[in-house]
Design a protein around this ligand. Structure first.
Ligand SMILES: [Zn+2]
Length: 236
């Protein structure tokens, strides 16, 4: 057995990681009353998040994980209630779909209604918080997920790194699309390693169409399951 003596903080945290993470909390971002971003065709982010979270739950279960869905009923208004509900989980994954800053939005008409869209940016983003007590394994899993998504044909969006108000999110792992977002409430109040996935940009008209295809959800869910399977079983 390897001595823990002299290990850095990240390695020490890995040494404390259970041999097999049994439960993944899958948090469905937002709730029915305030459903998050509205897509270019008028569909609420919560609905995208729920569909993807359910697919992710199935893929994780197929890998042998237990899954605790959080907020799937659409009534969870308190962000801290989400991490409390997930207190016993080994990992916390928050599932979201993205928008862009208002300056990048334009108007178009879809099915008789005026809608906002922004096609300038496309792709996924991942976030971890330096205020989470388990940053090293959070980042390890975020990087693994970014890498797996890229391998599956997805691309990280760069819009959260843009030096403008509301963005300016420092990269934790630029190649794999991972940013620091220290004050994201679910990430900083989670006691276990945590990451937030923005699966794609639903105000982008192309991204929305891609994200609406069941096969896309399957691919993203498979990437999540593969990445978490690898990163949560890593021991040193
Ligand atoms: Zn969201």
């Amino acid at each position: 057995m390897r001595s823990r003596h002299g290990l850095g903080l990240g390695a020490f945290l890995w040494a404390c990681w259970p041999a097999q993470a049994q439960t993944i909390a899958v948090d469905v971002g937002h709730y029915l009353e305030k459903p998050g971003a509205i897509s270019a065709r008028g569909k609420a982010e919560f609905d995208f998040n729920l569909e993807l979270a359910q697919k992710i739950a199935q893929a994780l279960q197929a890998k042998g994980f237990e899954v605790k869905l959080v907020g799937e009923h659409g009534r969870m208004k308190d962000l801290k209630a989400r991490t409390r509900a997930a207190a016993k989980a080994d990992f916390f994954l928050s599932v979201h779909h993205d928008s862009v800053q208002p300056r990048y939005l334009s108007e178009w008409e879809f099915e008789g209604a005026s809608r906002s869209y922004g096609d300038r940016y496309s792709g996924f983003s991942l976030f971890v918080s330096r205020k989470n007590p388990q940053l090293a394994p959070s980042l390890e899993c975020a990087s693994a997920l970014g890498s797996e998504l890229i391998r599956s044909g997805f691309k990280p969006s760069r819009h959260h790194a843009e030096p403008i108000p509301g963005e300016n999110r420092t990269y934790a792992d630029q190649a794999n699309g991972v940013h620091y977002y220290d004050d994201l409430v679910v990430l900083k109040t989670a006691r276990q390693p945590a990451l937030l996935l923005e699966a794609g940009i639903i105000v982008n008209r192309e991204d929305e169409l891609t994200l609406s295809v069941p096969a896309t959800r399957e691919k993203i869910a498979a990437a999540v399951a593969t990445a978490l399977d690898v990163c949560t079983s890593k021991t040193d």
